[in-house]
Every structure is written in C-alpha cells, then in structure tokens.
Design a protein around this ligand. Structure first.
Ligand SMILES: NC(=O)c1ccc[n+]([C@@H]2O[C@H](COP(=O)([O-])OP(=O)(O)OC[C@H]3O[C@@H](n4cnc5c(N)ncnc54)[C@H](OP(=O)(O)O)[C@@H]3O)[C@@H](O)[C@H]2O)c1
Length: 263
C-alpha cells in the first residue's frame, strides 16, 4: 500500500528512543522528511544518523525538552525552516512516575501534566495555523493503554492522557473540515527502555531471568508476547497517511489484545 507520505514534513517528539524513534523510522521509511526531538543531544544525533542510514530519508535532529514552551517553539521553528510547514505531528514524551495517589504532591502533578498533556496542547497549537492554511494535516498522539484498561499505580499517566484524549476529540471536531485529523495511539506493553526500567526491572529484581520476565508479562496478553516498537510505528505512519483521511478523533490500541474493555 502506498501511504502517500513521500516528501511530507513530519515532526516527531521524544524520538531518540522507543516508540517515538519507531514512529520516526516508519515515517522515514515511507519517504517523509522527519525532524526528531528529545533532550539528550548525543543520543538524539545518533538516532538521526541511524534513521538516515536505514532509510535514506532526510532526518534531522533538534534538542528539546517538551516541558519547556520556548524549546517547543524552537524545534517547531527548526522544522519549518528545514522542511516548510509541519504536515505531520507526532506528539510523544517520557512517562511520569508510577505510584499510589497519596504519594504525589502538587509539584509532581504539575510536572506530569506539563510532560504529557500540556506538551501535546502546545505542539498542536504551534502546527495548526500551517495545517489550516494548507488545508491538510495529521496529528497523532502517543498515549497509553491505561486510558482504556485500569493499570494500578498509573494515576499520573492515566489522568494526563485522558486529558489528551478529550482534547483530541474536541480538536478533531474543530479541524475536520480542514482535512486535518487528530488521533491517539494507545500503547500496550511494547519493549522499550521504559518497559525495561519498569515492568521488566521489577521481575528481574524478583530473581527472574529476562526470558522468564518477558514470559511472565506476556501471560496477560492474548498474543502471548510483548510488542515491538515497529508494530506501533506502523500504525502511526498509517494514521499520518492520505489513506487514513476519514479516521479522526479516535484512540486505537496497539496491544496484542490486552485491553479488557469491549468498547
Ligand atoms: N513502551 C510501552 O510499553 C508504553 C506503554 C504505555 C505508554 N507508554 C508511553 O509512551 C511514551 C514513550 O515511551 P517509550 O516506551 O518509548 O519510552 P523510552 O523508550 O524511555 O523513550 C522515551 C523517549 O522520550 C524522550 N523524552 C523523555 N522525556 C522527554 C522530554 N521531557 N522532552 C523531550 N523528550 C523526552 C527520551 O529522550 P530523552 O530522555 O533524551 O529526552 C526518549 O527518546 C511514554 O510516555 C510512555 O509512558 C509506553
């Protein structure tokens, strides 16, 4: 299937590793020109070089902490300068800490909401004027399966990401007539550094080997395995494509069947 992404300009946040990197890779494989951002400039530049090497696409890097409004503006400007108005925005960020509700004070809540909800709001606001002028655009937000199926300890993540989903639905309504779509991809258990440092780490600390720990995680997944980042990247590229022009305002899980709700 030709996704029609050749030459399109994309901005992918939190893309030096994991799900963001996989999304950038999938877009670059389809011929999009991609600006990637993250905080650690060494890792970011290395990823950009790898993506160029793997795809031959024009992939550039610009350091950004998505919790800093001025840095958000700077990377958006850099993307526009490099490739023209952003046609595809992939919102992504790190994840907030896990823990019980009573362990988090206002400061932690504010940080978590800045990281996930406010960064998404700000980047959408930055790209919309260009997308509306061009009368086309794609916004894809990476969220978590915890927005569909309860995950204990994920109160910061779940609250912020449900805000993203509500925002995305209302925004999708307002911009649909401009041929701009706004969708969310809900990540299930996909093997990235974050999962290595959380779900996997807990099991390794209990004395399991890595294969045993992965098997243990996979027990609650109908597909009986943890997902690969490229399996999420493929959906991001599809939602960013011309082919997905009539899909908007929705949240699609990539989870091997893990979600327990029917609707
Ligand atoms: N993997 C899963 O199974 C899963 C499941 C549900 C939800 N999620 C969510 O999906 C998102 C991506 O997760 P992942 O698994 O891909 O994590 P990851 O492998 O740890 O990668 C996180 C990426 O985000 C960047 N980042 C972190 N904080 C940032 C900030 N403030 N500004 C800019 N970039 C930042 C990191 O680079 P720097 O540190 O250099 O900035 C890195 O490139 C997270 O929000 C996570 O909670 C993941």
């Amino acid at each position: 299937m030709n996704l029609g992404l050749e030459g399109k300009s994309a901005l992918v946040l939190a893309a030096s590793k994991g799900l963001g990197r996989a999304s950038a890779l999938a877009l670059a494989q389809e011929g999009a020109r991609v600006m990637i951002g993250a905080r650690d400039v060494v890792c970011l530049e290395q990823t950009a070089a790898e993506l160029r090497e793997l795809t031959g696409a024009d992939v550039r890097a610009f350091p950004v902490d998505v919790t800093h409004p001025a840095q958000c503006e700077a990377i958006h400007q850099a993307a526009v300068h490099a490739f023209g108005p952003v046609e595809i925005l992939v919102n992504n960020a790190g994840g907030p800490p896990f823990g019980p509700f009573e362990s988090f004070d206002d400061e932690v809540w504010h940080k978590a909401l800045e990281l996930n909800l406010m960064s998404t709001v700000r980047f959408a606001r930055l790209v919309l004027p260009g997308m509306k002028a061009a009368r086309r655009g794609r916004i894809v937000n990476i969220v978590s399966l915890s927005t569909k199926s309860v995950l204990p300890g994920s109160v910061l993540s779940t609250a912020g990401r449900l805000g993203i989903i509500g925002m995305a639905k209302l925004l999708s309504d307002e911009v649909a007539a401009f041929n701009i779509t706004v969708n969310n991809v809900a990540s299930g258990m996909i093997l990235t550094d974050r999962v290595r440092q959380t779900s996997l780490r807990t099991r390794l600390d209990q004395g399991m080997s890595e294969p045993e720990a992965l098997d243990d995680i996979a027990r609650s997944i109908p597909a009986r395995r943890v997902g690969r980042p490229d399996e999420l990247g493929a959906l991001v590229a599809f939602l960013a494509s011309e082919r997905a022009a009539y899909i908007t305002g929705v949240t699609i899980p990539v989870d091997g069947g893990m979600v327990r709700s029917i609707l």
